[in-house]
Design a protein around this ligand. Structure first.
Ligand code: ZN
Length: 426
């Protein structure tokens, strides 16, 4: 007779401590970048823990790692639950690791209770989510969803000179585990992650039911005028791209975010050429990072940038060009999946609220090949990608409990999760 599975908080917190020690920094953070020795050590530890519980360990050609607890009907595609173990160079203990270790705790809870379900539950550890050592980020989940590891990615170089293809091969070779096919069929995907923002903590809401991931547009704007002497050139004779750039940026700083709480507008890089104190610049180049959950609004804002550049350049006698560096449409998770997370939170006796993810996640790519859902839990001061990243133990337990509840609702059935394509891209 099986018992109802339950999260064992001390075990999960203990695992979080144990993994945080791999690549630990002096300031209490973690430096465990993708495909480094530390990353391999963390994978090996997880594979050992899985082996000890009798879970099957596999990896694919993108070095994604899988730990599977079999269901009674071995023909059914598994429920995949995952996140990543790699970190930023000055990363924290929870970004990624929480999702992986809570997923592993779900498997252990099922095993503790001798819970028999038709469908297998399988933990996924996605390779190189952070993208800080090799571009692009979310490499493993992208390759899984597309069932393809693009050949050119293998030639990507880390700042330390290492080639991705070599590091992948060495990482795979370091773990004696059989191969899984890249992009094997799955029933659905779940991911628990820290919010990386302040909303849940501010409201003391333990669970965020993530409705989707906002769209991102990265633009590089180049304004061209004419270099001239700073002391001798009167206003009428200037074709000053800095004046145009300031007008464009002023317009957007004043209007975009103040009038729309869902919009994000950031200028993180600006340069003037030739960059001389006493010369009107010939060229000003700046980047714009624009994000919004609504594709229509995003497209409208992009159009406005063009209009405002046109106006400002006409006034300043300059020309302009705009290049799209990244154009990632918003992704909405299926409503059924969001409701499933909300219902699981209710069953666990925990308050939840709907929330849009401001950051990329592996779930963004998994949503392209299966019904996907994300659960957020609060992190202190909304801080992440930082050694000070912290999650209160009660929120760790809340997140893991809702992950378990949601997983239970999905493995204890032989029904397909949903029919047809599940990707909803607005
Ligand atoms: Zn992450």
């Amino acid at each position: 007779m099986s018992r109802r599975p339950a999260i064992r908080g001390e075990r999960l917190l203990g695992h979080l401590d144990r993994f945080a020690a791999i690549g630990a920094t002096a300031k209490g953070g973690v430096n465990r970048q993708a495909l480094t020795q530390g990353d391999r050590e963390a994978r090996a530890l997880l594979a050992d823990l899985a082996g000890a519980r009798g879970f099957a360990v596999r990896q694919d050609e993108a070095a994604n790692l899988f730990l599977r607890r079999e269901g009674t009907d071995t023909g059914l595609p598994p429920l995949l639950i995952g996140s990543h173990l790699d970190t930023q160079p000055t990363g924290g203990r929870f970004d990624g690791a929480l999702g992986v270790l809570a997923a592993f705790e779900v498997l252990e809870a099922l095993e503790d209770a001798s819970f028999r379900s038709p469908r297998a539950a399988e933990v996924a550890v996605w390779t190189n989510e952070e993208g800080s050592r090799f571009a692009p980020g979310a490499m493993g989940s992208q390759a899984f969803a597309a069932r393809l590891l693009p050949a050119e990615w293998r030639d990507a170089r880390a700042p330390d000179g290492a080639r991705l293809g070599d590091e992948l091969a060495a990482t795979i070779a370091s773990l004696p585990a059989p191969f899984a096919p890249l992009g094997f069929p799955i029933a659905a995907y779940l991911e628990l992650h820290i919010e990386q923002g302040p909303v849940l903590e501010r409201e003391d809401t333990p669970i965020g039911a993530v409705t989707g991931i906002q769209g991102t547009l990265w633009l590089e704007v180049e304004l061209t005028g004419q270099a001239a002497h700073a002391g001798t050139t009167p206003l009428d004779f200037r074709r000053d791209p800095m004046r145009a750039a300031v007008a464009v940026l002023d317009e957007f700083y004043r209007t975009v975010m103040p009038s729309d709480p869902d919009a994000r507008f950031t200028v993180g890089r600006i340069e003037a050429q030739p960059g001389s104190v006493n010369a009107v610049p010939e060229r000003v180049r700046f980047t714009i990072d624009l994000r919004h959950p609504d594709a229509t609004v995003l497209a409208h804002l992009a159009g406005r940038i063009r209009d405002v550049c046109e106006q400002a350049c006409a006034q300043a006698g300059c020309a302009f060009s705009i290049h799209r560096l990244v154009d990632m449409p918003p992704t909405a998770f299926p409503e059924e999946m969001v409701e499933r997370v909300e219902a699981s939170a209710r069953r666990a006796g925990l308050a939840s609220r709907r929330i849009v993810s401001g950051a990329f996640h592996d779930a963004l790519y998994l949503a392209r090949c299966a019904p996907a859902a994300m659960i957020f839990c609060p992190c202190r001061d909304g801080i992440s990608h930082n050694e000070a990243e912290h999650v209160e133990p009660r929120f760790v337990l809340a997140g893991a409990s809702v992950l378990l509840e949601t997983a239970l609702s999905m493995i204890d059935t032989v029904e397909p999760m949903f029919d047809g394509p599940t990707r909803v891209t607005v």
